[in-house]
Design a protein around this ligand. Structure first.
Ligand code: TYD
Ligand code: MG
Length: 466
């Protein structure tokens, strides 16, 4: 047999090169290339050419007779919402997030909740000792849950134990980066180890019919540590995110083979674990102070759920050099566009100002529907005129300054009314779109066709005050 040739694998993107290099040619990452032992060829696999011998596969029709896979709710409603109802038997789920964000806490709570419902749940930790997990369970008040706990990183032992276990509903692996296969010549956390361990666990989940949750760490750049292939191997990927300075945590689906991916789950980290937040709008608006210029409430939508958030903006004069644009929780490219539209189409002078924009509460808004609320916050700051504290805003802004329709206006209006808002500023109703839209009781609709109408409103209010 020919001597195996060493191969070098990028730990960021999984690209394989025959030579070591400081920079990966495929993904441009620096210092990410590590030597790994080559995989041994299986029987009949020579130089990538499959020899004859496999049995034939069966082709079937599209309709079939299979029922959709049953969903097992974990009992943590915010978690189940993101999963699309619950865990799917035989599926693999990746929960990724920064260290210390609360992944282990969330999964211990979910696992205990399932165990309390009479399901068999195995929790395998490669990061913490049994005593540490027990301590956390005590803090969370979960010690009476019949959870089966183990601390191990040895995948051979884990696989053997899982093969022998029956009637298991859920297996939690915390974390996939600590798993180690003794037949591979590389350290835990490397691409080969992560990939091979995940493959084994997912295969086992499919054959034994349990759900497996893999906990994954995220790198400084925000990608799941290990190869991207991990994301392709699992059925669903959830990101647990939030600012460590804030108590809010958001669980966001980025991939789900069994459900929608735009749902979020909102939690609050308390001294007794993660508490579910059933009314996120009230939480995100809790610290809002009315009658301050530069603040506007956006009636947003996260998945199927309307969420109201406060958009804050601060302008500071910068007469000299190039002005700063600092954005937290929104897209800076989008802010640039809005500033240009306000400047060019509406005559609002902002080019000598530093602009700081913040979505209060640590939420990350991705909807273009936030444009109108951001424009309102910017104009309010520029004219030093507070927005009406009883108003919400939504609408997309086009390059000519026109305010465009957005989806699900009625859900946004209903949420605004529920929280006691009095006015909603929204795109003009058109024959095709929200023509039939009617205001919920007690809510006044103010239609805005062009951004200059909004600006004129602020200017009028400003001159009234003088
Ligand atoms: P953890 O679940 O260990 O995070 P991860 O698994 O994502 O690394 O959470 C650790 C943080 O959560 C830690 O900083 C302490 C905090 N925490 C609380 O505030 N309250 C609690 O009840 C628990 C268990 C943790
Ligand atoms: Mg952890």
């Amino acid at each position: 047999m020919a001597k195996p040739i060493a191969r070098y694998v990028c730990q960021d993107c999984g690209a394989v090169t025959p030579k070591w290099a400081g920079k990966c040619e495929t993904c441009d990452a620096w210092n990410s290339i590590v030597e790994e032992a080559p995989p041994t060829a299986g029987p009949g696999l020579a130089k990538g050419v499959l020899k004859s011998g496999g049995s034939k596969i069966q082709f079937v029709d599209l309709a079939g007779s299979a029922e959709p896979p049953p969903l097992v709710p974990t009992g943590i409603a915010e978690f189940d919402r993101v999963l699309g109802g619950g865990l799917v038997a035989g599926s693999a789920l990746l929960v990724a997030g920064d260290p210390g964000i609360g992944k282990s806490t969330l999964l211990l709570q979910a696992a205990a909740s399932l165990a309390k419902a009479g399901k068999r749940v195995l929790y395998i930790s490669g990061e913490e000792a049994i005593e540490q997990i027990r301590l956390r369970a005590r803090r969370l008040g979960l010690t009476d849950a019949a959870l089966e706990l183990a601390a191990s990183i040895n995948l051979r032992e884990i696989v053997a134990s899982l093969e022998a276990a029956n009637n298991v509903t859920l297996v939690v692996i915390d974390s996939i980066q600590t798993m180690w296969m003794d037949n591979l010549d590389s350290a835990p956390g490397t691409v080969s180890q992560v990939r091979a361990s995940s493959f084994e666990l997912i295969r086992l989940a499919k054959t034994k019919g349990f759900s497996v949750v893999l906990v994954g760490h995220v790198t400084k750049e925000g990608a799941i540590a290990g190869p991207r292939v991990l994301e392709h191997m699992v059925d669903a990927v959830l990101y647990f995110e939030g600012d460590r300075g804030h108590q809010f945590r958001i669980l966001r689906g980025v991939k789900n083979r069994f459900g929608a991916t735009d749902e979020i789950g909102v939690f609050e980290m308390t001294d007794r674990g993660l508490a579910e937040v059933t009314n996120p709008s009230a939480l995100f608006l809790a610290e809002r102070r009315g009658h301050i210029s530069g603040s506007a409430v956006f009636a947003g939508l996260e998945g199927t759920r309307p969420v109201l958030v406060e958009i804050q903006c601060l302008l500071a004069p910068n007469p000299g050099g190039s002005p700063r644009r600092s954005v937290i929780g929104w897209d800076s490219g989008r802010l640039g566009m809005l500033l240009a539209v306000l400047e060019t189409r509406c005559g609002v002078r902002l080019n000598t100002m530093d602009v700081y924009l913040n979505v209060a509460g640590g939420l990350r808004v991705t909807e273009p529907a936030a444009d109108l609320a951001v424009a309102a916050a910017l104009t309010s700051a520029a004219t030093d005129t507070p927005t009406d504290p009883g108003s919400v805003y939504f609408g997309e802004v086009g390059l000519s300054g026109e305010v465009r329709q957005v989806a699900q206006a009625d859900a946004r209006l209903k949420e605004a009314q529920k929280l006691g808002f009095e006015t909603a500023c929204l795109p003009r109703r058109v024959a095709r779109g929200n023509a039939k839209l009617s205001a919920p009781d007690g809510l006044m609709l103010r239609e805005i066709g062009h951004l200059s109408d909004l600006v004129a409103g602020f200017a009028a209010k400003h001159s009234q005050r003088e």
